[in-house]
Design a protein around this ligand. Structure first.
Ligand code: NAD
Length: 429
């Protein structure tokens, strides 16, 4: 059954960009704890998810497709701050010391490699652990060498590169991003306006045959040049922006309104967030990248062109406010103005007191493990079946993204069945 998918043999190196960040340290601490049996991987589809197969029997997803085992993961990565992952986890204050200390030694051994960084792309950040490079192309070459060195030193059979680093400033797609040759020429010409550090990480990963996952809303791999490159190199790419909290709620509520044919006149979303991510997003240029990602969701679900009476005039506003006292414990408020029979207005208020990195860590793990699976199954280019995990699912210019969480869930299951040679008759989902 699984003969077309290469087995998950040997170690899987997971190289995290932003390895000292809140999401990364929460992810690593959770995985190291889970494999010792002292924590459960709650929220992870790859670890706890189940689905029905053609015989109508429900099974664990990890028993259906050959995923890498948590025991076989080796973590590493880059950060602009030199602290090891234990000190970084303590600094992030997502998890308590009592939950970090049992894996202290393993975390201490994870030391960030020097980052490919450009202050102009994240002005609120000032670190010291940074590569000295003359051009973007040199950045790529140093990153490729890092990947090769890590793979060899840790005897990994495969690598996945995950971006869990800060959101970069907003840039629109341009000529430079339109083809692989244009992108490479711009990297060589050191076009620092159009080539972000994240593009260098992504290029380096794909060039080394490693799947690349974009967890932030950066343009990065969401450009024709990278789609072309990932297909040429036969490497999967996935993203973008982890769908962790407020947008998760939106992509459940919006399909409900549409199914019940309730109108929406306004959707106001605001957040307070006090971690380093919130600080970076406090810069308007960086927030713009996040805003575009968050705004794209409801219009796509509502299809106002088909339902002008219900969704032809939705006022959608998204705010993120940096508020240090809350640290990683984000609080999100949504006010939704809806209307029903004879236009009578109603309101719904959602107040989500979430923990950002607690929600994001299992998504990051699933994206890593499923991207590695995709590579072993011979898939390449954009992995649209992983849209389930993403706020702003990547898609090429010919296709529309799917945002509805339950439609995304069906697509994910259908792809997993297809990988093992099974069909998805409608009674299964
Ligand atoms: N936590 C969530 O729920 C969530 C949801 C969606 C997206 N995200 C995104 O995930 C990313 C990580 O979030 P976080 O809360 O861990 O942020 P964080 O600020 O705690 O961590 C980001 C880390 O990236 C490092 N970094 C920045 N630029 C880098 C570069 N060029 N190379 C290497 N390291 C670099 C920073 O030094 C920092 O340690 C952010 O972009 C955030 O927007 C998070």
């Amino acid at each position: 059954m699984e003969k077309e998918i290469a087995k998950a043999e040997g170690k899987l190196g997971v190289l995290i960009v932003g390895v000292g960040g809140a999401v990364a340290t929460t992810l690593m601490t959770g995985v190291l704890s889970a494999r010792r049996g002292i924590a459960k991987p709650i929220g992870s589809v790859s670890q706890m998810g189940r689905m029905k197969m053609q015989d109508n029997v429900e099974r664990n997803i990890k028993d259906i497709v050959p995923l890498s085992r948590l025991e076989d993961i080796v973590f590493g990565g880059w950060d602009i701050f030199p602290e090891n992952a234990y000190d970084a986890a303590i600094y992030a204050e997502v998890l308590q010391s009592k939950d970090i200390d049992p894996v202290k030694e393993e975390l201490q051994a994870i030391r960030p490699m020097a980052a490919a960084f450009d202050h102009n792309w994240a002005k609120r950040l000032n670190g010291t652990n940074i590569k000295q490079t003359a051009t973007r192309w040199e950045m790529v070459e140093q990153l490729r060498q890092d990947i090769r060195n890590f793979k060899e030193a840790n005897q990994c059979s495969r690598i996945v590169v995950l971006w869990a680093a800060s959101t970069e400033i907003y840039i629109p797609e341009s000529e430079v991003h339109a083809s692989l040759s244009a992108l490479e020429a711009a990297m060589k010409a050191n076009d620092t306006q159009h080539i972000s550090p994240s593009m260098c990480y992504a290029y380096a990963a794909v060039a080394e045959g490693a799947p690349f996952v974009m967890g932030a809303p950066n343009l990065c791999v969401d450009i024709p040049a990278m789609w072309e490159f990932s297909k040429k190199m036969n490497v999967p790419i996935a993203g973008k922006d982890f769908k962790s909290g407020q947008t998760l709620m939106k992509t459940v509520l919006a399909p409900m309104f549409k199914t019940r044919l309730l109108g929406v006149s306004g959707w106001f979303s605001t957040n307070i967030l006090g971690n380093r991510d919130g600080e970076v997003l406090d810069d308007p240029d960086n927030f713009k990248t996040k805003e575009v990602s968050k705004l794209s969701v409801i219009e796509n679900i509502f299809e106002p062109e088909k339902y002008p009476d219900l969704y032809g005039n939705v006022y959608h506003k998204v705010r993120i406010n940096y508020y240090p006292p809350r640290k990683d414990n984000k609080e999100a408020w949504d006010n939704i103005d809806i209307f029903g029979w004879m236009d009578y207005p109603m309101q719904i208020k959602v107040n989500f007191l979430c923990r950002d990195s607690i929600l994001a860590a299992p998504i990051a793990l699933d994206l890593v493990l499923f991207s590695d699976l995709a590579a072993r199954a011979g898939l390449c280019g954009i992995q649209t079946w992983l849209s389930f995990f993403c706020k702003s699912p990547m898609h090429d210019h010919e296709h529309q993204p799917e945002h509805d969480l339950f439609a995304q869930w069906r697509i994910l299951k259908q792809q997993l069945r297809r990988m093992v040679g099974e069909e998805s008759p409608s009674y299964l989902d």
